[in-house]
Design a protein around this ligand. Structure first.
Ligand code: GLU
Length: 422
């Protein structure tokens, strides 16, 4: 079809991650050697995961763990279970973790894991066996000082508990700090569950100040209703915003007067989907990206905003809770249209920031109050937002490029002073 042809653009996440990196590398005038070092993932592990299914047959799943860069500290990043996981996606996600940790100034590099599977079609027992075997297969390269996994799409605190238990069994001692995002009863941190969304709320408040807007009364559209999307919808509603659109992977909901988020949460918990809620209009999921609103919060997967729909985006502020939801071509269109975009490596960094607090608490076996966590997170997000905004202004560029310049410069500096071994 002619229209499809007209919108042809690069959608491979790792190619996109490299493009984003190279824009910043140009501003920083990085030499080719440094570019090669920073662009290339340090370690990529591919594992086969045989799992006894409930029916008695054995299925073999493919899994990955990628460590992109460890110049500033151990690798850090989530584990994703999804049918569309690929090695290139995990490489991109690991790369984004490196820049995310550097943007926030937390002492980690970047890593990510993924397993190609459809968790919605697997029983809890099958998911447990899959998780334990995957943990066992990646055990040689993870650990509190090496690489620390956490939840990501379709993994949660139960997944982290199984990984922590499996690694502890294998090593013969309790290894609390091997994963973050654990249950509170197992060395988890208060506030971690909603930290991605809460960090975004703090960044969004700063973005509203820059744009001279008020979050209170703003019309907000949230794409995705997983951990990040559901929590941000609730938090902005509590801040007085009107959430006019939400969606999950199956259906979108729209209500000009605002959606009752508490009711949507109850409905989703009860029926496992958003369809069938009363008093709202049902629309296709992706229409949530282009509805009339002031603030758009992409909170699902990569490549949500592409050249095919960016022209119809109406929001004035976008904050990315998902990783990689906007293509580089769309970034240019949004910047030309005066849209203020808070990039993923800043907007969704609250999750890994509280993961860092969890890891620190585990090391000390001394646990903080939720208010202390939230206040420390707020401070960290405000400092990072200010640094990114100042960098963007200094280089006369957009917020994504500002964040990349800041992050890439920090990792390049660490690489330079450490030197290349041997
Ligand atoms: N998966 C989350 C992210 O993409 C959290 C990573 C972490 O806490 O290590 O940022």
């Amino acid at each position: 079809m002619a229209t499809k042809q007209a919108f042809q653009e690069q959608l491979n996440p790792f190619e996109i991650a490299k493009q984003q990196f190279n824009i910043a590398a140009d501003y920083l005038d990085l030499d080719p050697s440094m570019r090669h070092v920073l662009e290339t993932p340090k370690r990529q592990l591919i594992v086969s995961i045989p799992v006894k299914m409930d029916g008695g047959d054995v299925q073999v799943f493919e899994g990955y763990r990628v460590q992109h860069n460890v110049a500033r500290g151990p690798a850090k990043g989530g584990i994703r279970y999804h049918p569309n996981v690929s090695l290139d996606e995990v490489k991109a996600l690991a790369t984004w973790m490196t820049w995310k940790c550097a943007t926030l100034g937390i002492p980690y590099g970047g890593g990510k894991g993924g397993v190609i599977c459809d968790p919605k079609r697997m029983s809890k027992d099958e998911l447990e066996r899959l998780t334990r075997r995957y943990a066992f297969e990646i055990a040689p390269i993870i650990g509190p000082d090496r690489d620390i996994p956490a939840p990501d799409v379709y993994t949660d605190e139960q997944t982290m508990a199984w990984i922590m238990d499996t690694i502890s069994m294998v090593r013969g001692h309790t290894e609390l700090g091997v994963v973050t995002g654990k249950p509170i009863s197992l060395g988890g941190s208060l506030g971690r569950n909603e930290a991605t969304a809460r960090g975004c709320l703090y960044a969004l408040r700063e973005a509203c100040k820059v744009k001279g807007m008020s979050l209170q009364g703003s019309r907000v559209s949230v794409h995705g209703f997983g951990n990040a999307g559901a929590n941000i919808a609730r938090l902005v509603a509590e801040d007085g915003a009107r959430v006019v659109a939400i969606c999950d992977s199956k259906i979108g909901l729209y209500a000009e007067g605002g959606i009752d988020i508490q009711e949507a949460l109850r409905h989703k918990a009860k029926t496992k989907c958003l369809a069938g809620m009363r008093g709202v209009k049902e629309i296709p999921s992706d229409d949530v990206l282009t509805v009339d609103c002031d603030i758009l919060l992409p909170s699902a997967l990569e490549n949500a905003i592409t050249l095919a729909n960016v022209g119809k985006v109406k929001a004035r502020i976008i904050a990315e809770l998902a990783n990689g939801p906007t293509t580089p071509g769309s970034d240019r269109v949004l910047a030309d249209n005066g849209v203020f975009l808070v990039p993923d490596i800043l907007a969704n960094a609250g999750g890994v920031t509280v993961s860092y607090y969890e890891w620190v608490q585990d090391q000390y076996s001394f646990f903080w109050s939720e208010s202390h966590i939230n206040e420390t997170l707020e401070q960290a997000m405000r400092v990072a937002f200010k640094s990114v905004h100042e960098t963007a202004q200094r280089y006369d560029t957009d917020m994504r490029t500002g964040a990349y310049i800041l992050a890439v410069d920090r990792v390049a500096e660490a690489t330079r002073v450490r030197g290349i071994f041997p």
